[in-house]
Each structure stands twice: as structure tokens, then as C-alpha cells.
Design a binder for this molecule. Structure first.
Ligand code: DAH
Length: 341
């Protein structure tokens, strides 16, 4: 029995020492320490011993069990440590490897022009409004004093949705004037940038979709002098403090009087060059004093309130500013083009 115990101890210690994984370790635990294990089998034979032999053999058996158990713990500890170090090795991150470069995009030139525009007007107390591109003809035309039969309503110019011409892609941002008058308390100072649509053939200066910025002021005692002063200031903010502007009479159905504003060509200083097509001046926007009928249709008393409005093409502004000679480049979004700004 003594020999049996010694053999178990020697075999078990050797086996635990060489164990490779947790499953094998568990098998060994069952084999030596389990209820049907080798040690238990030996202890069952204790009954055959004499009363004098038993205490010494019992002590020896306990000693062997303790030795086998501590060998088991040691082996389990070794396996755990090995697993941890394997994991640390596998999941190691080399913090000295240079990072992957992040490709940084940039603003579209149109957006830069728009942001600049917004900043100027917000600085003068204007609110920026957003409105629908699918618009009622009523707001795009009727409420802007362009009733039935007005040439701008023609099918050849306008994208209508239905045969009775009630719904359309807005052909100008001017219906935002009506939306502002209908929804905002007076006085109003607003700009409304956005896309507009016209049945234009595509060429270097025309696209069936382009961008406008509408602006409107309604208050008491507002005059043409406010219109001129404000818009001349905007031109100077855009093109420099020495920028000269001129106002020419024009016609729009929703303003009276109406005008167009030109800026002196910033390229040639007014002498005439390819940028201004030899004119010395570049047309920038349409504007005017809001027609009393437009105010009346919005329920605003033209005897008490007056206002002015303007609209300009943002694409044209961006083209002038960045010397872009073909409007199609603005919409194609070729990165080789966009990267230049
Ligand atoms: N909506 C006009 C256009 O598309 C531009 C315009 C002219 C807007 C005069 C205005 C304005 O607000 O007062 O040609």
C-alpha cells in the first residue's frame, strides 16, 4: 500500500507537470483525485490494515493527496499564465506604426460662397429661411403679381407637375417672400437660399437647376435708399471696400420700381475685359421695392409698411469669385475640379 501511494504520487506529479491544456488537466484530476480515482481506490483498502498500521498509512495517504492537489493547482496556474501570455502576444498593438492618412475633404466652392453670403446678412440682422423646391404656382406666380397669362408662366420655361399647372418646381426663390410674409411677424428681414429650376438648355452658363438667394426686408418707412445702401455694402463685403455698384431700371412683376444692380468689374476695374465681356460692369442681382399689391395679397397694409427685395444667382456669384468659366463644373463634382478650392 505504501508502494502504491508512492507510485501514485510520482506518476501524478509527472503527469501534471507535462500537461498541455485545460481538458487534459481535468482528465488527470478525475483520474487521480476523483471519486473513482486511483487515490480513492487505495484508501478503500484501509479497512484491511491493522489498528496499529492505520494511523501512519492514513497520514501518508493525506500527505499524498495534498501533494497531488498542489501539483494540480500549480499546473492549472501554469496553463492560465501561458494562455494569458499567448493572448497578449496575439493582441499586441504596435503603437509606433505610423497612422493611416485620413483624406480630408473640402467645401464645395458654391457652399463657400453661400456661407460667406449668409455671414454678411446674418451680421445685418437677417434670418435665414429654407423652403420647398416643389412649390405651388400660386406662390411662385399669382401671389407675386404674375397672374394668368404672364410670360414667365409659360410651359416652355417651367417644370409643372400636373396638367392644370398648380404644382411646379419653383422657378425662383421669390415664393419664399410670400411664405415669409404669411408666417413671420413684422418687421421681416430674411434671406432664403435654395435650388430653382427652369427649362434651360445646358451650356457653359445655363443649367436647368441652379441656385438663388432671395432677400426681403419689410418695415415701417423702408425706402429705395435702404435697398441701395444695403446691397452696395454687400457688394463691398464680397469684392472689397472700393467696389463700385450701379443700379439700372428694370422690370419685375413683384417690385415697383424694379432695378438690377451691377458691380464694376473687379478684374479690369471697369475698362472692359473678357470677364465682364467688355462691359466694365457685371450684372449681379435683381431687386426693387415690393409691389403694394404683393403686400396687400399677404394682408399687409402698404400704407403702413414698405419693403424691398432682391434675388441673385449664387452659381454666377461663385463663378465670378473663383474664376470658374463653365457652370457645369459646379454640378459635375469631379474631384479634380473640387480639389482646386
Ligand atoms: N426672382 C427674380 C429672378 O429669378 C429675381 C428677383 C428680382 C428677385 C427682383 C427679387 C426681386 O426679389 O425683387 O429673376
Amino acid at each position: 500500500m505504501k508502494e502504491q501511494l508512492a507510485k501514485i504520487r510520482a506518476e501524478a506529479l509527472a503527469a501534471f507537470d507535462g500537461v498541455k491544456d485545460a481538458a487534459a488537466l481535468d482528465e488527470l484530476r478525475v483520474k487521480y483525485l476523483g471519486k473513482k480515482g486511483e487515490l480513492t481506490a487505495v484508501l478503500k483498502q484501509m479497512g484491511r490494515l491493522t489498528a496499529e498500521e492505520r494511523p501512519a498509512m492514513g497520514a501518508l495517504a493525506n500527505e499524498v493527496r495534498a501533494a497531488v492537489e498542489s501539483a494540480l493547482d500549480a499546473a492549472a496556474g501554469k496553463l492560465e499564465a501561458a494562455a494569458l501570455s499567448a493572448r497578449l502576444k496575439a493582441e499586441r498593438v504596435d503603437v509606433t506604426i505610423p497612422g493611416k492618412p485620413v483624406r480630408q475633404g473640402r467645401r464645395h466652392p458654391m457652399n463657400t460662397a453661400l456661407e460667406e453670403m449668409k455671414e454678411i446678412f446674418i451680421g445685418m440682422g437677417f434670418t435665414v429661411l429654407d423652403g420647398p423646391e416643389i412649390e405651388l404656382a400660386e406662390l411662385n406666380f399669382d401671389r407675386l403679381n404674375a397672374g394668368e397669362g404672364h410670360p414667365s408662366r409659360d410651359w416652355s420655361d417651367t417644370f409643372y407637375f400636373d396638367t392644370d399647372e398648380r404644382v411646379m418646381l419653383r422657378s425662383q426663390t421669390s415664393p419664399m417672400q410670400v411664405r415669409a410674409m404669411d408666417s413671420m411677424p413684422l418687421p421681416i428681414r430674411m434671406i432664403a437660399p435654395g435650388r430653382v429650376y427652369r427649362k434651360d438648355e445646358v451650356d457653359a452658363t445655363h443649367s436647368p437647376m441652379f441656385h438663388q438667394v432671395e432677400g426681403m426686408v419689410i418695415d415701417k418707412g423702408v425706402t429705395m435708399a435702404d435697398l441701395k445702401g444695403t446691397l452696395a455694402t454687400v457688394a463691398q463685403r464680397l469684392y472689397g471696400p472700393d467696389t463700385k455698384t450701379r443700379f439700372r431700371p428694370h422690370h419685375f412683376p413683384f417690385t415697383e420700381p424694379s432695378c438690377e444692380m451691377d458691380v464694376q468689374c473687379h478684374k479690369c476695374g471697369g475698362k472692359g475685359c473678357p470677364t465682364c465681356k467688355g462691359e466694365g460692369w457685371i450684372e449681379l442681382l435683381g431687386a426693387g421695392m415690393i409691389h403694394p399689391r404683393v403686400l396687400e395679397m399677404a394682408g399687409i397694409d402698404p400704407e403702413e409698411w414698405s419693403g424691398w427685395a432682391f434675388g441673385f444667382g449664387l452659381d454666377r456669384l461663385a463663378m465670378l469669385r473663383y474664376k470658374i468659366d463653365d457652370v457645369r463644373l459646379i454640378f459635375e463634382n469631379d474631384v479634380r475640379f473640387l480639389e482646386q478650392f
